[in-house]
Structures are given as structure tokens and as C-alpha cells.
Design a protein around this ligand. Structure first.
Ligand code: NAD
Length: 340
């Protein structure tokens, strides 16, 4: 039997999670909830996803737009086992009351504070600790990227200390009201919120994060220095481990991927999801070992990296899969992320 899933909030993250859920063999997407008609609501209709009204949306607006509506968010919550909340930052906390009243499990996003849910979630780092929890929070894009890499490095060699500078994209491609357009803006919060956020998943990690915002919409880039506990034989031992791990893509020099524009062009060539890059991106050329010290870059596609994690969080919350790696394999096969 498939578990019944709702997605409340159908924007950048919600529309991707809805598609990902619809592709899973053990899940049924019962409907998506929208506040108002939009091109995204049109796409939901075209894909055959039943639309429910949420967040004070008006039925007459949908009627005027010619968009059929299946009911309200209350109706939708009455038909599902679990809801993925993908509403804007801080709205998830308000929506939590609806989910509690309906008695459904809920997955929140990284724009909410950690205490919105019983636990923060990362598929590779703490799936087991999240099993059976009624509420989970999938951490933000940057935190997900760090937690994935930390899980692999910790398992292979141990981590003594990690310093990362996060070069953040200013806005998502569709967000035309955000900047900067011409500037590099230091984040005057030291450390940036990402370090403490990673600790909600890996409390024992020694990590310091700094961030700057730059005028790009494509991806974030992390500039990492990690002191490992045990030295690997060489850099290749580590990059090969990343290459074999799920949710990582390591580009070789012959692929001529010089930076984020080529990464996203590769994603468009590949055509998964919304031409997304759901894996952490590393480069052989951008990885150096000096004794126990690893220096490396990783690029994170902010719009999609959390999508497979949301699918795994559903399985963890409803305890559908005992083993996190088994859930990852199932998710990735359905999303086309698995490699031969
Ligand atoms: P978004 O603005 O693209 O989409 C949010 C959607 O929710 C919109 O369609 C909006 O109309 C709708 N909405 C507004 N009020 C609502 C309500 N009361 N109930 C339900 N829906 C409502 O936002 P997003 O980028 O998809 O972000 C969603 C969450 O995901 C946030 O917590 C954000 O921090 C997190 N997140 C975003 C990114 C990213 O890069 N965009 C990456 C990782 C995590």
C-alpha cells in the first residue's frame, strides 16, 4: 500500500517535492495546496495534481482563472498520512497547528527554526535517529550540502575541525525582487547560521561557517578546509569515495566543468527534475590533501538539493524503511539519480 502525501505550498521547493513524491513507488501524491492562481498552479493542473486552496486563498480567484479546485487544505489534510510543508520561511510554523489538528505527520523546510519539528533531518547523516518522528525538518540547502559531505568524511576518516566559507547565490532565478545586482555582501553574523544549523544534525562536529552573498542565481559554492582525524593515502582515496557515494557528482578534468555555469548546463543536458542538480558537486581538480588537511570546493544547487531529502524524510517519519541507505537508493532510482 502506498502512503498518502500532501504538499502544502507549491513554489520553488514544493513543486519539485510534489513531482519527486509522485514518482515514488511507495507514495501517492494526493494533492497540492496553493494560495492563488499562478503559472505554477496551471502546471499542477496540467500534471493532473488535484489543487486545494490554502493560506487564505479565495475560491473565486481560482474560478475566474478556470482552475478546478478539489477543496481546502483542511479537506486535503483529511485524506493523507503526511504533509510536506513548503510554504515561505516562518509560515510553516503557523501551518503546524493545522497539521496537529488533522493528526498528520509533517515535514518542514529549512526556513523554519529547528524547534518547529522533533528533529532536523539529513538522509546520509541521521536517518536512523529520525525514524518514527511525527515531525521532521529538512535542513536548508547549504546545511544539507555540508551534512552530506560530513557524513562521508566522518565515516571514512573522522573529522577534527571544519572551516567553510559559503559563497551564496543572491536569489533563485525566478526571484526578481532580490539582490545584490552588483556587489559582494559579507554576512555580518559570525559564525553564519549554517554552522549552528549543522549541529542540529551532527552535534559533535567542530565547524565554523562564514558567508558572503554574490550576484548569481545558479548555485552556492562552499570553500572548505577540513582537518580529518586520520590521513587518507592521497586525495584520490577521498574523491573516489565521494564518487561512489549517493548524492555526489565529482567532475573529472576532461569534462571541462569550470564552474557553476557548466554544472547547470550539464544539468540541463541531463534533464532530471526541473533540469536540476540534486547532488553535491565536487571537482577532482578542486580537491587537495595535505596530510590530514583537506581543501575542496563543492557547489550546491539551492533549488533542488533538498528534494530527495524530503522524500527520504517522509520514509523516516512514517518508518517505511529501516535503513537510510535503502531509502536513498529507492528515492534515487525513482528520480533517475542512480548511477550504473
Ligand atoms: P517560494 O516562495 O518559492 O514558495 C512558497 C510557496 O508557498 C509559494 O507558492 C507561496 O504562494 C506559498 N504560500 C504562501 N503562503 C502560504 C501558506 N500560508 N500556506 C501554504 N503555502 C503558502 O519558497 P521556496 O523557495 O519554495 O521556500 C520554501 C521553504 O523551503 C522555505 O522554508 C525555504 O527556506 C526552504 N528552502 C528554500 C530553498 C531555495 O533555494 N528556494 C532551498 C532550501 C530550502
Amino acid at each position: 500500500m502506498r502512503v498518502r502525501v500532501a504538499v502544502n505550498g507549491f513554489g520553488t521547493i514544493g513543486k519539485r517535492v510534489a513531482d519527486a513524491v509522485a514518482k515514488q513507488p511507495d507514495m501517492e501524491l494526493v494533492g497540492v495546496a496553493k494560495t492563488r492562481p499562478s503559472y505554477e498552479a496551471r502546471r499542477a493542473m496540467e500534471k493532473g495534481y488535484p489543487i486545494y486552496i490554502t493560506g487564505g486563498g479565495k475560491p473565486e480567484d481560482f474560478k475566474c482563472a478556470g482552475l478546478p479546485v478539489a477543496g481546502t487544505i483542511h479537506d486535503l489534510l483529511g485524506k493523507v498520512d503526511i504533509v510536506v510543508d513548503a510554504a515561505p520561511d516562518k509560515i510553516g510554523r503557523e501551518n503546524r497547528k493545522l497539521y496537529e489538528a488533522a493528526g498528520v505527520h509533517a515535514i518542514f523546510q529549512g526556513g523554519e527554526k529547528a524547534d518547529v519539528a522533533e528533529a532536523s533531518f539529513s538522509s546520509l547523516a541521521n536517518y536512523a535517529a529520525c525514524r518514527g518522528k511525527r515531525t521532521l525538518r529538512v535542513v536548508s540547502c547549504n546545511t544539507t550540502g555540508i551534512a552530506r559531505a560530513a557524513a562521508i568524511l566522518r565515516e571514512g576518516w573522522g573529522i577534527d575541525h571544519w572551516e567553510v566559507t559559503i559563497v551564496r547565490r543572491a536569489a533563485d532565478p525566478a526571484e526578481t525582487k532580490k539582490g545584490p545586482i552588483n556587489g559582494i555582501m559579507p554576512t555580518f553574523q559570525l559564525p553564519s547560521h549554517h554552522g549552528p544549523d549543522v549541529l542540529t544534525i551532527l552535534p559533535e562536529l567542530h565547524i565554523a561557517t562564514l558567508a558572503v552573498v554574490v550576484p548569481t542565481t545558479l548555485m552556492h559554492v562552499h570553500v572548505n578546509h577540513v582537518r580529518l582525524t586520520r590521513a587518507p593515502k592521497d586525495a584520490t582515496e577521498v574523491t573516489d569515495t565521494f564518487r561512489k557515494a549517493p548524492r555526489f557528482r565529482v567532475f573529472a578534468p576532461w569534462e571541462h566543468v569550470d564552474g557553476t555555469p557548466q554544472v547547470m548546463e550539464y544539468a540541463r543536458d541531463r534533464g532530471l527534475g526541473f533540469n536540476d542538480m540534486m547532488e553535491n558537486v565536487l571537482w577532482d581538480e578542486g580537491f587537495r590533501m595535505d596530510g590530514r588537511d583537506a581543501y575542496f570546493f563543492q557547489a550546491i544547487h539551492q533549488e533542488s538539493i533538498v528534494v530527495p531529502e524530503n522524500v527520504d524524510a517522509i520514509r523516516a517519519s512514517l518508518d517505511l524503511e529501516v535503513d537510510g541507505r535503502a531509502s536513498i537508493a529507492k528515492t534515487d532510482l525513482a528520480l533517475g539519480l542512480s548511477r550504473a
